[in-house]
Design a protein around this ligand. Structure first.
Ligand code: NAG
Ligand code: NAG
Ligand code: NAG
Ligand code: NAG
Ligand code: NAG
Ligand code: ZN
Length: 522
């Protein structure tokens, strides 16, 4: 075959690929079919064809179709060089457990750039793990009237009270922290022990967490330890304010918070209900935005535990509809939380989840689904069911590759997957993040956003650590500045904001982005 014939082939394939409306998978079949004829007539593949196919493939990936400016390309080249250096080192952070990788990541110039980069919105973070635990220990436990008790399972509980609290089954005696600290030889050591009660961090994670059961047990324990601190009404507000501040410092501009809206309490034992919690979030958000006009605010996805029974979830959905009506500005929707493998399935709650539809109420869902590696179980069916209940996004979707039909539907309907790399690694779904399933989703430009799930429990801050893992580990050498740009824009595009607010958000973000690019490209 002469060179003009090859050109003809190349043009034909390129043209066919860019003009047909077929799904990508069909295009692959066509390319394969066309290529299968080449060896018959040619001794070696045509470099022009090769180049064109490579370009074709890279145009599919996240950010692959964005037109980049000269300055963006310059920064991209710099990032590429830095990535090559990190990949060549013996300890490549994404291949290590995050607890081991964190000090290396902190030193990485890529991480510094990602911290400075305007990342848009954090769409998947939970209420009790929003603020770095250092703040809980160094600020909250130093407030007056803070009691602590040692539990039988080597953990601690906290409670603020004007009188000595009554003993509860798990802990028999409460002591004021001021008293405890006065008796402790070294308060730094003591405070560090409190920090370790509130996080999953350990020097030897492989040894400490030998199974998913073991790590989830510790996860729930740390979560419960934070409970008494965070649900004290004055702390509840300060904690949330501090959370917004930490996100803002990490160059995020909007939050969608998965929130249990727990009962909160006062010193005298008086309590507040869910509406109080929601209006507290609303009030603090407004205050924060008034002080930081380039921060767009936050919305709340009301969550209940998936271990609840059907009638409790039905009640929760009804309550969600009422809250939605009373607080339309801040309420974004509803979700179920807790370990999927141990909880009830979405399908088992079908009556409760169909209620809004039956009543003609629009209550958006943001389901965690597919946070499992147990292929073919009932729980593994959550991904399909999430879509059947018209979920707005998919939390984790770790199992999505095993469900090609669900994957196709989520792509077509623009239902984004919230990818939380560090969470998936710490909770033992994957160990080397280069093997995270999102690497495929990213390579084919599936709608996705990056988030951090429970950053405080994992010792991560804001979104930057997870962006590092996604950019360097999941994206490999392939991901580039366009990937980062698209991921940031996705976080606004797939948020629950109104179309008008999305325009405003993108506008604010774009100005920050341009500034970031001009400051960091040389
Ligand atoms: C704790 O944080 C609050 C704000 O949330 C601040 O006003 C206070 O000074 C801090 N206290 C300490 C001991 O750091
Ligand atoms: C407390 O212990 C830490 C190390 O755990 C040490 O660096 C510090 O000097 C000790 N402080 C006092 C007052 O002994
Ligand atoms: C929790 O804190 C207590 C009190 O300092 C300590 O004895 C215990 O070892 C800590 N537990 C964990 C899991 O860090
Ligand atoms: C559901 O759970 C609630 C609270 O634990 C309990 O009171 C109720 O009896 C349970 N209902 C059923 C049908 O099991
Ligand atoms: C999901 O959306 C489709 C199309 O809008 C609608 O027909 C269907 O009833 C919805 N399903 C539920 C469970 O709300
Ligand atoms: Zn989550």
């Amino acid at each position: 075959m002469g060179s003009s014939a090859i050109k003809c082939w190349t043009t034909f394939i390129g043209h066919t690929m860019s003009t047909t409306p077929w799904p990508e998978i069909h295009k692959v079949v066509v390319i394969y079919f066309l290529l299968s004829w080449l060896p018959v007539c040619c001794s070696s593949p045509d470099p022009g064809l090769r180049e064109s196919l490579m370009l074709q493939e890279s145009s599919w990936e996240t950010g692959g179709r964005l037109l980049l400016t000269k300055a963006e390309l310059q920064l991209s080249e710099r990032l590429h060089r830095l990535k090559e250096q990190e990949m060549a080192s013996a300890d490549f952070p994404p291949a290590l457990h995050f607890f081991r990788a964190k000090p290396l990541i902190q030193r990485s110039p890529i991480y510094s750039l990602l911290r400075a980069m305007p990342k848009g919105a954090a769409l998947h973070i939970h209420d009790f793990s929003l603020v770095g635990v250092e703040w809980l220990v160094r600020n909250v436990t130093y407030r007056p009237h803070c009691y602590m008790c040692f539990t039988q399972d080597q953990s601690v509980r906290f409670l603020f009270s004007s009188r000595e609290p009554k003993s509860i089954p798990l802990c028999s005696s409460w002591v004021l922290l001021t008293t405890l600290r006065a008796k402790t030889g070294n308060t730094t050591d003591f405070d560090n022990s409190l920090v370790s009660n509130l996080t999953l961090f350990t020097d030897d994670p492989e040894e400490a967490y030998t199974s998913q059961d073991a790590v989830w047990k510790r996860f729930e324990q740390a979560f419960t330890t934070a409970w008494g601190l965070v649900t004290y009404a004055p702390v509840f507000k300060d904690y949330y304010y501090e959370g917004l501040k930490q996100l803002y410092m990490d160059n995020c501009m909007y939050l969608e918070l998965r929130a249990l809206l727990p009962e909160t309490y006062e010193l005298d034992g008086g309590t507040h209900d869910r509406s109080w919690g929601l209006s507290a979030y609303q009030e603090v958000t407004r205050q924060f935005v008034s002080e930081h006009p380039d921060f767009l605010g936050a919305r709340v996805i009301f969550t209940v535990h998936r271990g609840l029974n059907e009638s409790m979830v039905l009640k929760a959905v009804e309550e969600a509809m009422n809250l939605q009506k009373a607080f339309p500005e801040i309420m974004a929707g509803f979700d179920l939380v807790g370990r999927e493998d141990k909880g009830r399935t979405l399908w088992s709650f079908r009556e409760a989840l169909s209620l809004p539809g039956k009543r003609g109420v629009n209550l958006p869902f943001f389901f965690h689904a597919g946070e499992t590696d147990e292929y073919g179980t009932e729980v593994d069916g959550n991904l399909l069911d999430a879509l059947l209940f018209n979920t707005s996004r998919i939390g984790h979707g770790f199992a999505l590759l095993r469900h090609p039909l669900v994957k196709e539907l989520s792509r077509k309907r623009g239902i984004a997957v919230e990818v939380c790399p560090i969470s998936n690694q710490v909770l033992k779904l994957v160990s080397d993040l280069r093997n995270h399933p999102a690497t495929v989703l990213m390579s084919e430009g599936h709608p996705l956003v990056i988030s951090s799930d429970d950053p405080a429990l994992f010792g991560a801050s804001g979104l930057s650590h997870d962006f590092y893992e996604a950019f360097v580990g999941i994206g490999g050498l392939n991901s580039h500045i366009g990937t980062l740009k698209e991921l940031a824009m996705n976080s606004i595009r797939y948020s629950s904001l109104s179309p008008e607010l999305k325009v405003k958000a993108l506008d604010i973000w774009k100005k920050k982005w341009d500034k970031f690019i001009s400051e960091n490209s040389r």
